[in-house]
Write a protein of this length. Sequence first.
Length: 325
Amino acid sequence: TSTPKRIAVTGAAGQICYALLFRIAKGDVYGPDQPVILQLLDLPQAQDAVRGVVMELADCAFPLLVETMVTDDPATAFRDADAAFFVGSRPRGKGMERRDLLSANAEIFRAQGRALNETAKRDAKVVVVGNPANTNAMILAANAPDFPNENVTSMIRLDHNRALTQLATKAGVAVAEIDRLAVWGNHSPTMFADWTEATAQGGKLPDMIGDDAWYRDTLIPNVARRGTAIIEARGASSAASAANAAIDHMHGWIHGTGGKWMSMGVHSNGEYGIPEGLMFGVPVICANGTYERVEGLTFTDFQREMMARTIAELEEEREAVSALL
Ligand code: NDP
């Protein structure tokens, strides 16, 4: 058998990890023939809870899970990691302003960036899930100067998946038939689910659906507000679908997307007028373990307006944490 892949996961005692870890251990990231080692990080006060999860992982007797390690030290968690899921982050407390939340998380991700810099493999693939995911990922990368920027990404795949299902339902096609969907920008209500280039069954999806008002007034806001709708219905935030999206994100990056677009938060080099250095959701195509940004798109006024909105929000977030960059 091949050398096990080391997968670091933060926030291991949390809700998302309660779905995520079992799927990683089952082989959903690296495939059915690749043994894995889980390197779990959580805060000192969460160590008991993580040990409970580890007992359940053991009770699954997953053939691919060769070892599970638990720690509260980031440098230990990230040592020799091949992949890392940054799920843990500080939730908004009572009376906490958005700015306080940003800086509390900035401190966490600064420390974790330094640890990543110290101990992870240089070609490790990193995805940040914990919110505010884009800005947390930007801080992580900025504090890991010897670690390639390109390998730090943030998750917008859940929004992509949400849009896929809504479009497939509306058009009466299968989810798998849809390509060239893009979700741009921040993983927040300003995100822009963009169907302009989307195709299915050899046609253009906007033409097949033929309802621009539905796109602007229903699809875009419904995707943006889906997280809230789930909290209202379930009394708890989405966890299994968030874990699934993190798996899709990493699986697509490792195994390729077969020429299809997927949306990923990546470091901006200034493409499409997105300010350099922001971590921004864009369409990519993955092959051979890397991603390529989709280039050469031209934008309508509506697209430009929607992009400007989410850019402005991410610039505000960057401003709020600038001291830690
Ligand atoms: P969850 O596991 O439910 O969520 C973890 C993070 O993912 C949150 O920031 C959450 O954002 C975010 N998230 C991103 N997308 C989604 C989505 N679509 N739906 C829901 N959440 C999403 O949080 P828990 O509070 O259950 O667990 C967090 C764990 O992290 C705790 O065990 C805590 O101890 C740990 N933690 C670890 C740290 C560390 O390792 N250093 C630091 C801080 C916390 P949102 O809050 O906006 O829903």
